[in-house]
Design a protein around this ligand. Structure first.
Ligand code: SAM
Length: 264
């Protein structure tokens, strides 16, 4: 019988865990079950409004690949708005949860288990848009992995396709030690999400849920201009960066940046 792990395993020195593959060990069943308390679908839908739908429509996108499906929030929102969506994620526990969440909302997800670094091995189609949302790209700890993943996203886009990729405002955290206010993305009321350790190559966040359930994520703190540079370097022609769903922002204000990278 396979035993299901209920605790994340970071070994004896959690600050040493800076490995791209570790996301598989971080999103264990017990954490995935809690994830929707953290993001609170209704609150998130309210704060995002139709931001992503408008962006996709402005770019004439219809067929969308959600590469970081997680528990399915954006895939379901986009299906409801009439887009054709394929939902990918490298983590099977997340994908199963997404499928179940969608079914409860009377939607059937078309899912593909795929690691971004080898995306085109498992996804054999072209898309108008690739979305990588919810601070997911931060899971890549190695620059080669980041370049490889972006190249794979680029390759699955049609000639005029767009990539929408978001990230936490790590500049604010690294430079001013400002704790994120988590107003926009993580809306769950009884959940605390806080950085426990931050240095140039690691942001370790602690997620505390009612009932003393504590989980962590070890992520790479992406600086905004670094991400923009990588997007240009893999071939995207234009990159527009929004702060918390607005085009104008003071650099230290937003919780999140959203990059829209255009292929042509
Ligand atoms: N987009 C969702 C949201 O906003 O709620 C999920 C965000 S969650 C922070 C990050 C997701 O990225 C997880 O579902 C994880 O399995 C996935 N992920 C992380 N690294 C990955 C990789 N190398 N390839 C594929 N998926 C990956």
């Amino acid at each position: 019988m396979k035993l299901e792990r209920t605790k994340q395993d970071y070994g004896t020195n959690p600050l040493k865990v800076r490995d791209t593959n570790h996301y598989q060990a971080e999103y264990i069943q017990s954490f995935v079950e809690k994830w929707d308390e953290l993001i609170d679908w209704d609150g998130r839908a309210q704060s995002e409004g139709d931001f992503f739908i408008r962006l996709l429509e402005e770019h004439g996108a219809r067929k969308v690949l959600d590469v970081a499906t997680g528990t399915g929030f954006h895939s379901v929102q986009l299906l409801r708005a009439g887009f054709e969506v394929t939902s990918a994620d490298g983590n099977p526990v997340m994908l199963a949860k997404a499928f179940e969440n969608a079914r409860r909302r009377e939607k059937i997800l078309r899912t593909v288990q795929a690691d971004w670094r080898w995306l085109n091995r498992d996804v054999h189609d072209y898309y108008d848009a690739v979305i990588c949302l919810g601070n997911s790209f931060t899971h890549l700890h190695d620059e080669n992995d980041r370049r490889k993943a972006l190249a794979e996203f680029y390759a699955t886009l049609r000639h005029d396709g767009i990539l929408i990729l978001d990230q936490r405002n790590y500049d604010a955290i690294l430079d001013h030690q400002i704790p994120p206010t988590h107003n926009y993305y993580y809306c769950g009321e009884n959940v605390r999400a806080q950085p426990e350790h931050v240095d140039d190559t690691l942001a370790r966040f602690r997620y505390e849920f009612p009932g003393d359930h504590v989980f962590h994520l070890n992520m790479f703190p992406l600086r905004k201009n670094y991400t923009r540079r990588l997007l240009h370097e893999v071939g995207f022609q234009r990159v527009t960066t929004y702060g918390d769903f607005k085009e104008t922002y003071r650099d230290d204000e937003p919780d999140f940046f959203i990059h829209v990278a255009e292929k042509s």
